[in-house]
Design a protein around this ligand. Structure first.
Ligand code: HC0
Ligand code: SF4
Length: 566
């Protein structure tokens, strides 16, 4: 430990600490912009400048190490005016049309300009006027980019991809997509961008158009982890943000039916669990990979094409929902499926791409899922209708595609798909249920989302499983499988750290990672659920009895499976 004085406050801090960390220990706030804990400690923006006794120039707090006896001043006139000058320079290269920016209200740059009292920028403003390309689900607005390099860091360090890079030099240097084809669309660059330079393609108006069309029946499905975060951008207290109130809010937007993706997650388990036992029975070369995360599927195709055959053929819950909505449910309603418009509310950007993949048209109407909106887009929709959600009466999901088990709910947290699958696989092998929490040892601890493994005894059959979230963990796992260092039967991968709870379509909170907290909400919902097993969901049982017949039936194969070839 070393002794450091920050603005007359003496603190003892680890020798390896930076000035910023020491200041935080002392309770002194130093503003930061490009800084991202663990991943982007590069001092690029020069907003965290401080004065250190005995050093002539100002230093960046985020990447300057402390030393014993160090005396730091964070609030001198020189510090304040340098920080202001640096922020004004950044603002002079930024398109400052805040009112129409996606990040208006959640932008770190806007917040800093306000708190630092900057209300005019006297420098000549010039920014990158390259056109915005919104053909893809992930959109870059060059005019908004401040070259903080956070996206570059997150993409390479957390996701083991290097889609973003610094191109050109000098005054022309800028961040651009240098390996676009590798992009998994996980959206982690969006949730870590401090400004509005990266965002999802907005599909909001297409959805409102469908809602307003009297000829169209609109159906919403809501993904598991949306219920943990839908209120965050609305300023709604947690205790008011019940599932029932979320359903009421989505119904208020004008949908004819509001259903639960978690119902389809239960169907996924029926199919995927049966597929796993089928593969094990055939004694093939393991493992089977989960395939419900489109970010992971894109990653695998790009990086490990030779492992693609190991992906489960079962479609994701989003796509199973779409396929069943436009076949099974269209029949129940007696409606022509081409008049149905299915909207998914997802914590995910990659789902916007998934719904348009070849083969995602089981009903033959074009697309089984017509539009995918992120939680941030849901927030914008609710705000635009001036809904006072706190006052809405709680509503239930519609039946039957709104009935789900606890196993379906935990899909949105890392390890949840695996746990749900094991609960039902055990039943299929043993002919009786395990304890619902029999597989709880695979749950993550806190925010430790790395690669974890375990061998379970599945009624006399030993099953080796592994779970990873975050693509750098997935990358390490795939490499180990290829080298033959590890052998598993079943592997769950989610592209985003913590699973969908930490998804790239979730609300953004500067400097805070909420995946673990949101995941905990899903675990709590599961624990309180009357039904804990996918195979005990009565709506799923009815769907098999009256329509699909049984898991992996000919019809189930046709509607609910895909070979991931495109
Ligand atoms: Fe997920 Fe899903 S759990 S991918 O993470 O499997 O987006 O929340 O909807 O489809 O159910 C996202 C979340 C889903 C799907 C489910 C899976
Ligand atoms: Fe999307 Fe979830 Fe996968 Fe992230 S982990 S890419 S949010 S499906």
């Amino acid at each position: 430990k070393v002794c450091v004085t920050i603005d007359d406050i003496e603190v003892s801090v680890p020798r390896s600490a930076t000035v910023l960390e020491a200041a935080r220990i002392a309770g002194v706030d130093i503003p930061t912009l490009c800084y991202l804990e663990l991943y982007n400690e590069i001092g690029a923006c020069r907003i965290c400048l401080v004065e250190v006794e005995g050093i002539d120039h100002l230093v960046a707090a985020c990447n300057s190490p402390v030393f014993d006896g160090m005396k730091v001043r964070t609030d001198t006139q020189r510090v304040r005016s340098s920080r202001k000058m640096n922020l004004k320079l950044i603002l002079s290269r930024h398109d400052r049309r805040c009112p129409t920016c996606f990040r208006n209200g959640t932008c770190r740059l806007q917040e800093l300009a306000d708190t630092m009292g900057i209300h005019e920028v006297s420098f000549k403003t010039s920014f990158d006027e390259s056109p915005v390309d919104d053909r893809y689900p992930l959109v870059k607005e060059p005019a908004k980019c401040i070259s903080c390099l956070r996206c570059v860091s997150v993409c390479s360090k957390v996701q083991a991809l290097s889609v973003w890079g610094l191109v050109d030099s000098g005054s022309r240097s800028r961040v651009d997509a240098v390996a676009k084809d590798d992009c998994s669309y996980c959206g982690q660059c969006i949730t870590h961008c401090p400004v509005g330079a990266l965002h999802e393609r907005s599909d909001v108006s297409r959805v409102f158009d469908a809602i307003d069309d009297p000829e169209i029946t609109t159906i919403a499905q809501i993904a598991p982890s949306v219920r943990t975060s839908w209120h965050e951008g609305l300023g709604l207290a947690k205790d008011k943000a019940s599932v029932g109130r979320m359903v009421a809010a989505v119904k208020s937007l004008g949908f004819d039916y509001v259903f639960d993706t978690d119902f389809a997650a239960d169907v996924t388990i029926m199919e995927e669990g049966s597929e796993l036992l089928d593969r094990l029975g055939k004694g093939g070369d393991g493992p089977m990979f989960t395939s419900c995360c489109p970010g992971w599927v894109r990653f695998l195709k790009a990086r490990y094409p030779e492992l693609v055959s190991k992906l489960s053929t079962t479609k994701s819950p989003q796509q199973i929902f779409g396929a069943l909505a436009k076949t099974y449910y269209a029949k129940l309603l007696g409606v022509d499926p081409s008049r149905l418009f299915v909207v998914s509310y997802m914590p995910c950007v990659a789902k916007k791409a998934e719904c348009a993949y070849p083969g995602m048209d089981a009903a033959g109407t074009g697309f089984d899922v017509d539009a995918v909106l992120t939680v941030r887009e849901l927030t914008r929709q609710i705000k635009s209708r001036f809904l006072n959600v706190g006052l809405l009466e709680e509503r239930d999901f519609d039946a039957p595609l709104g009935i789900a088990s606890g196993a379906g709910h935990i899909f949105g947290v890392t390890g949840g798909v695996m746990e749900a699958a094991l609960r039902s696989a055990y039943y299929l092998v043993a002919g009786k249920n395990p304890q619902p929490d029999a597989f709880k040892e695979i749950r993550h601890e806190g925010a430790e989302f790395g690669w974890r493994e375990k061998t379970f005894d599945l009624a006399g059959r030993s099953l080796r499983i592994a779970i990873a979230s975050g693509l750098s963990n997935a990358d390490a796992l795939c490499a180990a499988i290829q080298r033959g260092d590890v052998h598993y039967d079943f592997v769950e991968v989610m592209a985003c750290p913590g699973g969908c709870a930490g998804g790239g379509g979730q609300p953004i909170h500067e400097g805070r990672e909420l995946a673990a907290e949101r995941g905990g909400v899903l675990r709590a919902i599961d624990a309180k659920s009357a039904i804990r097993f996918s195979h005990e969901n009565p709506a799923v049982q009815a769907c098999y009895e009256t329509f699909l017949e049984k898991p992996l039936s000919e019809l189930a194969e046709e509607l609910l499976h895909s070979d991931h070839v495109d």
